[in-house]
Design a protein around this ligand. Structure first.
Ligand code: ZN
Length: 201
């Protein structure tokens, strides 16, 4: 199993970090060891600034390789809600040096996926939000994606075969920020609570 992730898929989020909106989806991968099991996220010792990124997460029901948008639409299976934990200080340093992002994005525990999922079809849309300590910090809607889900799956499948056990993270909306020990993160998908995670030192 792997996580296929896209960066800068919402214009307002690209702007808040001072990044250009990319001409093509910006992809990166997390390995299966990145999965956060349970409901406690431990702040890693190697970073000073861990950001939360709440994202819609997609699974497919059939393998996709060099898929067309139509084939990707047909293969769409479920949507769930996840967190792409990011060591932002590490990422900024890597970006400045033109180096790969893995240490900032693919570390152990950096990918949370809700256990619950909703069935998804290509023309569905989903809204979601992230609350921290009871205050809404992010809200998103799949209709605001720069690259919509079927096109994103088709594009990613040119490079990486997408298997039914894989999770595709579809990008985060604006509002990202740093976490501190004791924070409680609650993710809502279409108004329902899909995850609750505690941040610990
Ligand atoms: Zn992300």
């Amino acid at each position: 199993m792997k996580f296929i992730c896209v960066g800068r898929n919402y214009a307002a989020h690209a702007q808040e970090l001072g990044n250009a909106v990319p001409a093509e989806p910006l992809l990166f991968i997390k390995p299966d060891t990145a999965r956060l099991w349970g409901d406690v996220f431990h702040l890693p010792a190697f970073a000073n600034q861990i950001h939360f990124e709440c994202e819609l997460v997609v699974q497919v029901k059939a393998p996709l390789k060099n898929a067309t948008i139509e084939q990707a639409s047909q293969a769409l299976h479920t949507v769930s809600l996840g967190l792409d934990f990011t060591a932002r200080d590490v990422q900024d340093e890597l970006k400045a040096q033109g180096l790969p992002w893995e240490k900032a994005k693919a570390f152990d525990g950096s990918a949370l996926v809700s256990t619950a999922a909703l069935p998804a079809k290509a023309d569905d849309h989903f809204n979601f939000s992230l609350h921290i300590n009871g205050t809404q910090r992010q809200s998103g809607d799949s209709r605001l994606m720069l690259t919509p889900i079927p096109a994103l799956l088709a594009y990613a499948s040119r490079y990486f075969t997408i298997l039914p056990e894989d999770y595709v993270f579809t990008g985060t909306p604006a509002g990202v920020g740093a976490l501190t020990a004791g924070d409680v993160l609650e993710g809502f998908l279409d108004g329902q609570l899909f995850f609750k995670v505690q941040v610990a030192a």
